[in-house]
Design a protein. Structure first.
Length: 202
């Protein structure tokens, strides 16, 4: 009975997450479509909905325990979409709150502000997502000098700690050669690999 209740609770939790994500996706998709309609009045809403729905579904599919080259591509796309989606959701909510506050204090908001508000969301999302992609592909090196009480036992020992490899995430495995070269150039005595080595089902 306890095992059944545990699985039932997981199922309910998963259903709630999917419902929340579906609602948030609908909100973001509708805001995007309304903004694009101002920019491109003849935009095909059906085609937009298909493309947007596919992107939204890739995030859910990326959590399923499947393997293969197709699944790897879906995971790659879903991982990127997750970052873009969260930025869009955050900034659209902020813009809507600002407009709501202005309305409550009886400040007239010109119709053009809806367009510029959406444009601000798009530019911020593109800018921050681009920076995130760039920063995520950088190999950050930090050096520390540690003083020990018993200096004789570890005099001149050089340790290298490497973490957050996330092998399997957004083609991060392609950076392994560069990482190994950087470590070898440091000529360490000991190399410790800690935390988040693999990603998903790699």
């Amino acid at each position: 009975m306890e095992g059944f209740m545990g699985k039932f609770s997981i199922l309910i939790g998963f259903a709630i997450v999917v419902l929340l994500y579906s609602g948030a996706s609908y909100y973001v998709g509708l805001k995007l479509l309304r903004w694009l309609e101002q920019l491109f009045p003849t935009i095909n809403s059906f085609i937009f909905s298909l493309i947007y729905s596919f992107l939204a579904v890739t995030l859910i599919l990326s959590f399923l325990p499947f393997s293969g080259s197709l699944m790897h591509k879906i995971t790659w796309l879903g991982s990127h979409w997750m970052g873009v989606f969260l930025y869009l959701l955050l900034f659209f909510v902020i813009i809507d709150i600002v407009f709501l506050v202005l309305k409550l204090i009886h400040v007239d908001v010109p119709p053009t502000m809806n367009f510029f508000g959406g444009l601000t969301v798009i530019l911020l999302t593109v800018g921050l997502s681009s920076y995130g992609l760039y920063n995520g592909n950088q190999i950050n090196e930090v050096t520390y000098s540690v003083d020990l009480k018993d200096k004789a036992s570890a005099a001149g020992v050089k340790l290298v700690f490497i973490s957050d490899l996330h092998i399997g995430a957004v083609n991060s495995e392609k950076r392994l050669n560069d990482i190994v070269s950087k470590i070898n150039n440091l000529e360490p005595d000991i190399v410790c690999i800690v935390g988040d080595i693999f990603n998903d089902y790699y």
